[in-house]
Design a binder for this molecule. Structure first.
Ligand code: HEC
Ligand code: HEC
Length: 218
């Protein structure tokens, strides 16, 4: 039995029990209960969820073919959102240990001469505490034994300025996606309210802002 009909059956049975208490109502069976909403209609893909059939294909999309230098940047989705890549990334991916084309144009040393924005201060910051395992098997963060590594107050975050790109930011396309046109996506009614005057085109997440809302012990 498919999950949806199980759920529907459950709800139906529950309502029968509720209204039919004492009436000797006949228990519902799978034959008497027909799901009213199909599972496929619930998702974005609208096709059978149990197979990857040929009709399950992504919408066509058109990535920017503008060479770097002639791309058109989009507004940031919200204050300090990662900007989308406005230019062609053909030949730049995948990023590997020995080849990262992005840094050749976006490092603070090269960006001005390339007409590109340098990657911001956050990308040259290490937010990760040194993590180890003590002799008793407990996890240590910056030398302190901790019981719970996922503290809601993020007190084990440790912010260290680096004079180079942080390894955590090396794979740029983890967070920066290329712009694409002709995509059939659901309408988005979100409207960004930027906290900085130039928030639509510039990141402001640096300096003391990096510490906002974080209780650091180190
Ligand atoms: C040949 C130089 C060059 C290379 C290589 C390059 N870029 Fe760019 N990038 C630019 C320039 C110049 C711009 C400014 C917009 C434009 O002219 O396309 C830009 C814009 C951007 C922006 C938009 C910033 C904003 O303000 O909206 C992002 C994000 C970006 N690039 C990421 C990347 C990533 C990720 C890679 C690697 C896959 C990469 N770039 C490789 C030159 C380059
Ligand atoms: C872990 C996610 C992540 C990775 C990986 C990452 N970025 Fe970003 N990037 C962001 C976010 C979030 C912002 C905006 C907030 C900020 O400044 O940190 C940003 C901002 C930027 C900006 C705009 C700077 C400005 O002044 O407005 C550029 C350019 C950029 N990144 C380039 C890169 C490049 C090049 C790489 C790879 C070497 C990279 N990023 C890797 C998340 C990421």
């Amino acid at each position: 039995m498919k999950t949806m009909s199980k759920i529907t059956l459950g709800l139906f049975t529950a309502s029968l029990l509720f209204v039919g208490c004492g009436d000797n109502a006949a228990p519902a069976t799978e034959d008497t209960v027909k799901p009213t909403i199909s599972e496929a209609s619930l998702g974005l893909r609208k096709t059978n969820l149990y197979t990857e059939a040929a009709e399950t294909i992504g919408d066509t999309t058109q990535y920017s073919t503008n060479a770097a230098g002639s791309g058109k940047t989009l507004k940031r989705a919200f204050q300090d959102a990662p900007p989308m890549i406005p230019h062609d990334v053909n030949g730049m991916l995948p990023i590997t240990l020995s080849n990262n084309a992005c840094t050749s144009c976006h490092s603070p040393e090269t960006a001005p001469s390339m007409g590109a924005l340098p990657y911001p201060p956050s990308h040259m910051t290490d937010f990760r505490p040194a993590t180890g395992i003590a002799a008793d098997g407990k996890i240590t963060k910056n030398g302190t034994e901790v019981d719970n590594t996922s503290s809601p107050k993020l007190e084990y975050v440790s912010i260290k300025k680096l004079n180079h790109l942080s390894g955590a930011r090396y794979s740029c396309t983890l967070c920066h996606a290329p712009q694409s046109a002709d995509v059939n996506v659901p309408k988005n009614n979100f409207e960004a309210v930027y906290s900085e005057i130039n928030g639509a085109e510039k990141s402001s997440w640096s300096g003391t802002k990096l510490m906002e809302g974080i209780d650091t012990i180190k």
